[in-house]
Design a protein around this ligand. Structure first.
Ligand SMILES: C[S@@+](CC[C@H](N)C(=O)[O-])C[C@H]1O[C@@H](n2cnc3c(N)ncnc32)[C@H](O)[C@@H]1O
Length: 260
């Protein structure tokens, strides 16, 4: 069994995650659904989630030998895809603040064919890594759950090296198109019911609720810009219900100072 590393500065459950109730709620919820998370993901997305992550990895332009960080890594699916892309000469860290999610992904992570993956318990809003060290920093279906989105995106930008990319794969709501009501119906009516059949219902009523409250694709682009990222590119998937944002940290580091 592989080892899970703890960020020593966030060791104590009570004091580790400052910022209030959302953090505790989200961490407890994912701890409760961790055993079913992978299965539910596959069911709710009709197994498309794997393709979405792989596409995001491809669009990130990651290369063999690169160093990558996946925040809100959960059971490590994005980290595994990054590991395969960077190969044995690369380096991948998966970080999440919910240890049960990490633990349930460990078998899968240990079987990854490329770079060894180091799994760490760490908060996206307080990343325990030095600035400017990762070629690619990703987050998959995680940023919506973070209490301080701007803080987390700024942290991701801080630890990316100049010229490195920050990739955000997340649900979003489609723009005003004719099929928007159908997508909304699926999100707000079908999804929680299917989720509730297999898991603690609350976890899958949380999903549409969190999507309602989540920022728009344009607002997320602004958040990335505010974090000092440039050249923001967007790719809509699944009728606009899923969105990939990719930003680049400028070669000349203008994010330093704004990140903390
Ligand atoms: C929906 S899961 C996504 C897991 C995985 N990235 C994937 O693609 O399937 C969201 C994850 O974000 C984590 N998370 C939420 N807020 C966090 C934070 N502030 N710091 C670290 N992890 C966080 C949760 O613990 C959970 O594992």
């Amino acid at each position: 069994m592989g080892q899970i590393t703890r960020d020593a500065s966030h060791n104590n459950a009570a004091s580790a995650f400052p910022g209030g109730d959302k953090e505790r709620y989200v961490r407890d919820m994912f701890a409760a659904i961790a055993p079913q998370y992978d299965r539910l993901n596959a069911i709710l997305s009709f197994k498309q989630d794997r393709q979405w992550r792989r596409l995001a990895v491809r669009l990130s332009n990651v290369r063999p030998g690169d160093s990558c960080l996946d925040v809100c890594t959960g059971t490590g699916d994005f980290a595994v895809d990054l590991s395969n892309a960077v190969g044995t000469t690369g380096k991948v860290i998966g970080a999440d603040f919910c240890e049960p999610m990490i633990r349930h992904g460990m078998n899968k992570v240990m079987r990854a064919g490329g770079a060894p993956i180091k799994m760490m318990v760490a908060n996206a809003e307080h990343l325990p890594y030095a600035s400017k060290q990762f070629d690619v920093v990703t987050v998959g279906f995680g940023i919506r759950n973070v209490a301080g989105i701007q803080k987390a995106v700024s942290e991701m930008a801080r630890v990316a090296r100049p010229g490195g990319r920050v990739v955000i794969l997340e649900f979003n709501r489609p723009p005003a198109v004719w099929y928007k009501p159908f997508v909304d119906f699926y999100i707000f009516n079908v999804l929680p019911r299917i989720g509730g059949l297999f898991s603690r219902r609350e976890a899958y009523t949380y999903l549409p609720e969190s999507m309602k409250k989540f920022v728009s694709r344009e607002e997320l682009s602004s958040i990335m810009q505010k974090a000092g990222l440039t050249d923001i590119k967007l790719r809509d998937l699944n009728f606009g219900s899923v969105c990939i944002h990719i930003g680049t940290k400028p070669a000349e580091d203008v994010t330093e100072g704004s990140a903390r």
